[in-house]
Design a binder for this molecule. Sequence first.
Ligand SMILES: [Zn+2]
Ligand SMILES: [Zn+2]
Ligand SMILES: [Zn+2]
Length: 288
Amino acid sequence: MKRCAMLVLCLFICLSLLAGCACEHTWVEADCVNARTCSACGETEGEPLGHTWINADCVTAKTCSSCGATEGEPLGHTIAQRQKNPDAIAATVTQVEYCTACNEQLASETVPLTTMIQDGMFLFTPNEFMERLTNFTDKYAHRFTYEFILSDIGLAAYVYVGDKEVILQFFGRDSLPLTVYDLDSPSVWCVSLLEVGEEDAALRQCFLMACDPALDKNTAYRVDTALSAAFLNALYAGEVFAYTQYNDLLYETTRIGDEMLGEEFSMKFINIYASDFRETEEEKPIEL
Ligand SMILES: [Zn+2]
Ligand SMILES: [Zn+2]
Ligand SMILES: [Zn+2]
């Protein structure tokens, strides 16, 4: 009986030892930098998986999509500026700082307009320009009405001031005529006030202010006086004049021909201004 008990004890001890020897690995699966590893004994199997890199962008460094490891630095934004939302009545534009790579808007500021011409184009559509002109005429109590028409030289507006009618003509780039389809397109290159007489000074000054956000009423009066004098001295009635702003103080009038109409848009500001003083030729001396 004692011998039997000893046998059982021996068997038990052997079985216990055997169980201890047959290690069941506790595997931790491989990740980017570690092979499959047993957490109990440290044995490994296979290779690490390696990182799955996503390239760096403006705000994020090169990053592994599996483990989130990063390498290097974010690229940073590539900053540029653009203008948007010109406001015809307030004569402002929103200056936007944005990234050319990711297009994110970084900053924006509303700034006053100094010119109506940008990148060679007028900022406003014909509809917006007429809205602006209406605002000036209302402000200075020179009420007028208008209607868009298609004249011989393209899109125009008949402007009625009292019983008087004048024509406002829109020109596209390179003097190309505009059509009624351009009413809401900023394809205008310049605006001309045609067939205005001496008695329309108030309208002309409103028109000048509508074309040039830098003009106040007094300066508009001064510019208009200079332009009128230039017309009276012209050899041909109905000539086209350009009015150019060089800086805040200096204005110059230049007689231009049709062939120059399409070439002047690189100037900071140009306002085409035409008039017909034939009716007043007898009253005013004409210098030759
Ligand atoms: Zn193990
Ligand atoms: Zn990784
Ligand atoms: Zn960016």
